[in-house]
Design a protein around this ligand. Structure first.
Ligand SMILES: Nc1nc2c(c(=O)[nH]1)N[C@H]1C(S)=C(S)[C@@H](COP(=O)(O)OP(=O)(O)OC[C@H]3O[C@@H](n4cnc5c(=O)[nH]c(N)nc54)[C@H](O)[C@@H]3O)O[C@H]1N2
Ligand SMILES: Nc1nc2c(c(=O)[nH]1)N[C@H]1C(S)=C(S)[C@@H](COP(=O)(O)OP(=O)(O)OC[C@H]3O[C@@H](n4cnc5c(=O)[nH]c(N)nc54)[C@H](O)[C@@H]3O)O[C@H]1N2
Ligand code: SF4
Ligand SMILES: [Mo]
Length: 690
């Protein structure tokens, strides 16, 4: 029997698991003992990864849609050539940016780096990631406030904090191992800020059930009260930040009365929150999608950062303004996908960076991407406007997950080429493909992941793939070769080669991983970046900003703030309810393409789209548990859900899990102005009992 330690490729915790293997079959999955992230624990998704060893779309070769709508199976080489020819033909006919890609935060670093090389460097076109739907807000907030997209915490901070404040974050469902870590901390106060009394809020010492999308006003009010009471850390502000005086002046207007009115919280609740922050010696603030997916998300995330900065809760044990990442390799994708910045970071118009990347990749300047990608929404809008005619998506299912998802269905109808690369050919997106590339699942491949606390860890093949099967790296490489990239693929032959290139690209950058080696990662505790060549690892829990230095040229963090916007899509008399959305259960993963094949999860999951409704509202409409309602959204669409009655959602809201395609039929085409992340969490709706 062989044991392979590898990384769970569902959520951003990146638990490590020991796969016990006999005769090329996984016989047991055991969470890795001693691994600093999950130390012998894992959730049902990771424990069920063995199911994906048999996930193979049969036959495991590409298929191409014919004129009559049926599919024809072709050899891999024919598939590669067909897609390459089509991409070039479309570019020739309609222009360079008439093709686009949508990448992911769920593949290995090497896979989306290669995709970024082929599509962005060689074909000079746009590739955005599903990370736009998820982490774009945090990335922009970090870049602007800290000078680099660098979350500073280490997971141990959850156990060292005496005051944990979770904002728009529901780890009981979404990050169970992180929740485990919170529970291990017996000496903490747990505070949850969420309009819904979420599964996590139900366990909190203090729950603040504010109105949706009012976090910004709450946080400015809290900041003002902290200043008024002189609860701030002047030394830290002086030494490590800039812009404080302007911030202080700005928040003066955010008084308690206004704060309570806008947020719907009681004045005493806001005062209590201020006291909790003041009394805590190690206060940590953590945020997830309840912040990232708002219409003024970046400024809200920065308002959290401002509170940590002004109270000196930064860079010390158990502190920080900490963004919790969603997908297993969102952090890798943010730094190494060549979409919004160069491999390893840096702007496309920074000539020093261009020279360095060209040198590492041994190419000319003209072989590199010239500008940041068009954003996800611009890509979909571009298709609907008839400007983009070819789309290649990897490891994502936008027909289901994209906001206002009928706009994606309409877009696909306009495409001349729609390549879907997935491990299943029956996802909602794959069913619309003109070309389908079946990739093997993570169990059969190798590459590198980076978790939410910057920890680099390896994925290593547990079982060998069959002769006809291809992994994502080989598929992208195959198309690249068929495109005629020739010597531009030199040095990119294997994931390991690509890893070496990425390492070299990272040299001297904040996310420097030049000290990490391919073998050194195996059976290790993972390594948090930065880890520079020649460095010795003294501690496997390392946080950034301990020296009070940030990545702006001044070395300081910036207070960034702006008056709250008017809600672009408020509730109205016709649409009086807020349709809130998010994760449903620990077992279900996003669009369910993967978790639906786990029998244990499938046996207990709810079959049809459902939502939660407040008890009083249900009574008012004479709706009982399991009755059906039709929900009408201000985006013009409607969908049927069955109702679960609860006191945990407020009277002005309905809460729908995202795991059913109906959910995003109703979400709006509204985006944060800076991150262009969709405002998934609040669509104005009304409903009728069926
Ligand atoms: N089981 C499971 N786990 C997952 C995933 C999964 O699909 N299934 N997905 C992974 C991914 S990619 C991600 S990004 C994470 C997401 O992890 P989370 O962000 O923790 O999960 P969500 O349920 O999307 O949203 C969290 C909370 O935001 C609240 N919220 C809504 N509007 C507001 C608001 O205006 N203000 C505040 N303060 N809160 C608000 C919602 O009520 C919800 O309880 O989960 C990861 N983990
Ligand atoms: N209303 C609402 N909508 C949301 C959200 C919300 O909170 N509310 N959250 C958003 C967020 S945070 C996210 S991250 C997105 C997620 O949205 P998606 O990324 O679209 O969702 P997934 O179901 O994770 O899709 C991943 C696909 O990759 C495939 N896959 C798995 N492994 C491999 C592999 O090794 N290779 C290849 N090629 N394919 C593979 C799976 O089968 C699956 O079809 O949803 C967003 N949508
Ligand atoms: S907590 Fe996340 S990384 Fe850990 S086993 Fe569950 S899904 Fe995998
Ligand atoms: Mo996400």
């Amino acid at each position: 029997m062989k044991i392979v330690q590898s990384t769970c490729n569902y959520c951003a915790i990146d638990c490590n698991l020991d796969f016990h293997i006999e005769d090329n079959k996984i016989v047991r999955v055991i969470p890795t003992k001693g691994y600093p992230v999950n130390d012998g624990f894992a959730c049902i998704k990771g424990l069920s990864l063995d199911k994906q060893q048999t996930t193979v779309t049969r036959p495991p070769i590409p298929k191409i849609k014919k004129d009559d709508g049926s599919y024809e199976y072709v050899s891999w080489d024919e598939g590669f050539q067909y897609v390459a020819d089509k991409l070039l033909e479309i570019q020739e006919k309609y222009g360079r940016e008439s093709i686009a890609g949508i990448s992911t935060g769920q593949l290995t670093m090497e896979e989306f780096a290669l995709f970024g090389h082929v599509m962005r460097n060689y074909l000079k076109t746009n590739v955005d990631g599903n990370t736009r739907l998820c982490m774009a807000t945090a990335a922009v907030a970090h870049n602007q406030s800290f000078g680099f997209d660098a979350p500073g915490f280490t997971l141990n901070d959850l156990e060292l904090s005496d005051t944990i404040i979770l904002i728009g974050s529901n780890p009981v469902v979404a990050h169970p191992i992180l929740w485990e870590r919170i529970l291990k901390n017996k000496n903490k106060k747990l505070i949850v800020i969420d309009p819904r009394r979420s599964e996590t809020a139900q366990h909190a010492d203090h729950w603040y059930g504010l109105k949706s999308d009012t976090d910004l006003t709450l946080l400015y009010t809290v900041a003002n009260l902290l200043i008024q009471n002189d609860y701030i850390d002047k030394e830290y502000i002086q030494a490590s930040t800039e812009g404080y005086e302007d911030f202080k002046e700005f928040v003066k207007d955010y008084d308690l009365e206004n704060g309570a009115k806008v947020t719907g919280l009681k004045q005493e609740e806001i005062l209590e929150l201020v006291q909790l922050i003041h009394k805590g010696e190690r206060v940590s603030l953590w945020w997830t999608m309840g912040i990232n997916q708002g219409y003024e998300a970046v400024r809200s995330a920065q308002a959290i950062i401002n509170i940590a900065l002004m109270t000196g809760n930064m860079g010390r044990e158990g502190t920080g303004a900490n963004s919790i990442t969603g997908q297993c390799n969102a952090m890798g994708s943010r730094a190494y996908s060549n979409t919004t910045g160069f491999f390893g970071g840096g702007a496309f118009n920074d000539q020093n960076r261009r020279d360095r990347i060209a040198e590492v990749l041994k190419v000319r300047d003209s072989d590199l991407a010239e500008k940041p990608t068009a954003t996800y929404n611009q890509i979909i809008e571009g298709i609907n406007a008839g400007e983009i005619k070819g789309l290649w998506i990897l490891c994502t299912n936008p027909r289901h997950s994209w906001t206002n998802n009928e706009t994606f269905a309409k877009a696909v109808e306009k495409l001349e080429l729609f390549v879907v690369q997935d491990i299943y050919d029956d996802t909602e997106s794959a069913e619309l493909a003109t070309v389908f590339f079946p990739a093997v699942s993570g169990i059969k491949k190798e590459g590198t992941y980076i978790n939410l606390e910057r920890r680099v860890s390896p994925m290593r093949p547990c079982v060998q793939k069959g002769e006809d099967e291809r992994n994502d790296y080989e598929i992208i490489h195959g198309v690249g070769a068929a495109l005629g990239m020739g010597s531009l693929l030199d040095g990119w032959e294997t994931p390991r080669d690509c890893f070496e290139l990425m390492k070299e690209c990272s040299r001297g950058m904040p996310c420097d991983i030049t000290g990490v080696t391919w073998e050194g990662l195996e059976n290790s505790n993972g390594i948090q970046w930065p880890f520079r060549e020649g460095e010795v690892l003294e501690d496997d829990q390392r946080r950034l900003y301990e020296d009070g230095k940030f990545y702006h040229p001044s070395g300081k963090a910036k207070f960034i703030f702006e008056a709250p916007m008017e809600n672009p899509l408020p509730t109205t008399e016709k649409y009086p309810y807020i349709f809130n959305t998010g994760r449903g259960t620990v077992g279900q993963w996003h669009t369910q393409s993967r978790t639906k094949e786990v029998e244990f999860i499938e046996d207990v999951r709810i079959r049809d789209a459902y939502l939660y409704m407040n008890t009083e509202v249900a009574e008012e409409y004479e709706i009982k548990e399991n009755d059906h309602i039709r929900v009408y959204s201000s985006n013009g669409e409607d969908a049927v859900f069955f109702v679960k009655v609860t006191d945990n959602v407020s009277k002005d809201q309905l809460y729908a899990p995202i795991h059913y395609i109906e959910c995003n039929k109703l979400t709006p085409s509204v985006y944060d102005p800076y991150s262009k992340e969709p405002a998934y969490k609040s669509a104005p709706v009304y409903f009728e009992k069926i």
